[in-house]
Design a protein. Structure first.
Length: 100
C-alpha cells in the first residue's frame, strides 16, 4: 500500500524571505533615488539588523525541522534555500551603498 505524502504546510518562511527581499529592495531603491539621503540609511540599518536576526531564527527553526522530519526534507530544503538567498542579495546592496 502506498502512503500519501502531504506537502510541508509551513508558509511563514517563504513569506519572510519574500517580504524581507521586497522591503530591502524598496529601501535600496529609495536610497538610490533620494540621492543617497542619510535619512533612508537611518531607517534601513535597523531593518537590516532585525532582518538578519529574524532570518537566522527562521533558519534554525527550519534546520531543526529538516533534521526531525525526514519525509519533508525536499520541501524544507527549498525553504532553507529561500532564506539563505537573501544573504548575497543584502551583501550586494551593502556593497553598492558603500561604493565598493
Amino acid at each position: 500500500m502506498k502512503t500519501i505524502h502531504k506537502p510541508f504546510q509551513e508558509k511563514q518562511s517563504l513569506e519572510l524571505a519574500l517580504g524581507t527581499f521586497v522591503i530591502s529592495t524598496i529601501l535600496f531603491m529609495l536610497y538610490s533615488i533620494s540621492n543617497e539621503n542619510s535619512i533612508v540609511l537611518i531607517i534601513a540599518w535597523p531593518f537590516a539588523l532585525s532582518t538578519i536576526i529574524v532570518n537566522l531564527i527562521m533558519l534554525f527553526h527550519l534546520t531543526e525541522r529538516f533534521i526531525h522530519l525526514p519525509n519533508y526534507r525536499k520541501d524544507i530544503g527549498f525553504k532553507i534555500l529561500m532564506i539563505l538567498s537573501n544573504i548575497p542579495i543584502t551583501f550586494l546592496y551593502y556593497l553598492v551603498v558603500m561604493k565598493f
